[in-house]
Design a protein around this ligand. Structure first.
Ligand SMILES: C[S@@+](CC[C@H](N)C(=O)[O-])C[C@H]1O[C@@H](n2cnc3c(N)ncnc32)[C@H](O)[C@@H]1O
Length: 428
């Protein structure tokens, strides 16, 4: 392993700068060590505030080509303010990491900035930040959320900057949630149930899946609470033909099969690498489904021309901005751009229109996203319903989220769940 790879602070600086300046996904570049990962998540969650703190200690900004150095410095500030590392060790190790990054000449600068922060009491924020800075979000997203949710938006953004818990989905076709809960407790793992969903357990502390009793034999899966609401909303009956149109990695596919064994389920995804994960999940849970790698709308058109369209249930868990899961993927805040939203809403509308003819009369289509932006949710359904007289929107009554006119929106952190949107369409 290279010196850089072995040094968690240097590895974090490298990963953060790859996310911010090369558009890489954090999942693809994050370091293996837990400290390195904690620094990446922390810096990406609190980036604007850390930059504001840093500029208070610097005479002049760090120039563009020293991006890794800047990321290292922000990591040092984050570590001093947020982590339990002894402060002298955090300063010493961050200064030492300049060498691993090839910035030895900046040792004095890093030392001076971190010591100044230490002397100031390692505050987590500058004095009297304005609302945008305090939100920790890019301006365009701050404005979009403010426009959509008004005085609720500061709370939504604060929740998106907090660490998400690990939720489990108990495979109730094999074991009751109460029995599995007891098994967790016997293993020393604390967990809590949710009023929203009978299969869900929230772990007191995240753990490796190998530590979960019965994971490899399919007694349990890892899935956020909000995502676990999909299967019962779609409510398939045994023997139904079900189309899961954007299925990878198969979280909702496998839940549907747990709820109603005997379903004839077709799972489609256009991403060949992600399709492999559907196979792995089906294999671990001992389930079977037809798995197809294709564009769902094109596949539906072919199915129609072959004269075999009818599915009683369709799940469209559409590709989206993922603005509801920023608490799990803080890189989304910096990777997503306003122009992406137009392309995403075009794609969402195209998929919905393309799949609709495959729904049998009397059938149900569940539209879902992990977005909290109306342009991907409410507006997609409103536009679709205006053009499809054979579609009716069902009012979802539920203890979670809020009714937006054609669906229900969950904000991130509500019920300790991810942000999600669900709309149910029924065909005349
Ligand atoms: C939100 S994720 C699905 C998550 C999945 N339903 C689950 O619960 O595990 C959206 C998926 O849509 C897929 N996708 C994007 N465009 C697609 C298209 N045109 N046709 C089919 N799948 C598509 C992506 O590859 C991605 O896996």
């Amino acid at each position: 392993m290279s010196e850089r790879g072995a040094n968690p602070r240097a590895a974090a600086a490298l990963a953060v700068s790859q996310v911010l300046h090369q558009g890489r996904s954090l999942a693809d570049v994050q370091p293996d060590q837990s400290l390195g990962r904690a620094l990446c998540y922390g810096v990406l969650r609190h980036l604007p505030m850390l930059e504001a703190l840093a500029s208070g200690y610097l005479d002049r900004p760090i120039r563009g080509r020293d991006r890794q150095l800047k990321a290292l410095l922000l990591g040092g500030l984050f570590e001093l303010s947020w982590l339990n590392t002894a402060s002298h060790a955090a300063v010493h190790e961050t200064v030492a990491a300049t060498g691993a990054l090839g910035f030895s000449r900046a040792r004095g600068l890093v030392n001076a900035v971190l010591r100044a922060h230490q002397r100031a009491g390692a505050p987590r924020q500058v004095e009297q930040p304005d609302a945008l800075l305090a939100s920790g979000h890019p301006r365009w997203l701050y404005l979009a959320l403010d426009e959509a949710w008004g005085d609720k938006s500061p709370g939504i953004m604060a929740a998106a900057n907090r660490q998400a818990p690990m939720w489990l989905r108990v495979n109730q076709s094999r074991v009751s949630t109460a029995d599995y809960h007891s098994r967790l407790l016997a293993t020393g793992l604390q967990a809590e149930t949710s009023d929203w969903c009978s299969s869900a357990l929230r772990l007191g502390q995240a753990t490796d899946v190998t530590a979960l009793p019965g994971f490899s034999s399919g007694d349990v899966s890892v899935q956020d609470l909000a995502a676990q609401l999909a299967a019962s909303l779609l409510n398939p009956r045994p023997g139904d033909r079900v189309l899961d149109a954007c299925a990878a990695p198969g979280g909702k596919t496998t839940h549907l099969l747990e709820l109603a064994p005997g379903l004839r389920l077709t799972a489609i995804d256009s991403d060949a690498d992600r399709i492999e994960r559907i196979h792995q999940n089906l294999g671990r849970l001992g389930q079977t489904a037809e798995v197809v790698c294709a564009d769902a709308a094109n596949w539906a058109a072919k199915r129609l021309s072959a004269g075999d369209p009818d599915f009683q249930r369709i799940l469209l868990d559409a590709p989206c901005s993922a603005t509801g899961v920023i608490r799990r993927h803080p890189d989304i805040k910096w990777l997503r751009q306003p122009r992406d939203l137009e392309a995403l809403s075009r794609q969402q509308a195209r998929l919905l229109q393309g799949l609709w003819p495959c729904l049998a009369p009397g059938g149900t289509l569940l539209y879902a996203t992990c977005s909290i932006l109306p342009s991907e949710n409410e507006e997609i359904l409103a536009g679709f319903l205006a053009e499809h007289p054979d579609a009716r929107c069902r009012h979802i009554q539920a203890p979670w989220g809020r009714w937006t006119g054609h669906g229900r929106q969950i904000f991130p952190g509500e019920g300790d769940a991810d942000g999600f949107f669900y709309g149910v369409l029924e065909k005349a």
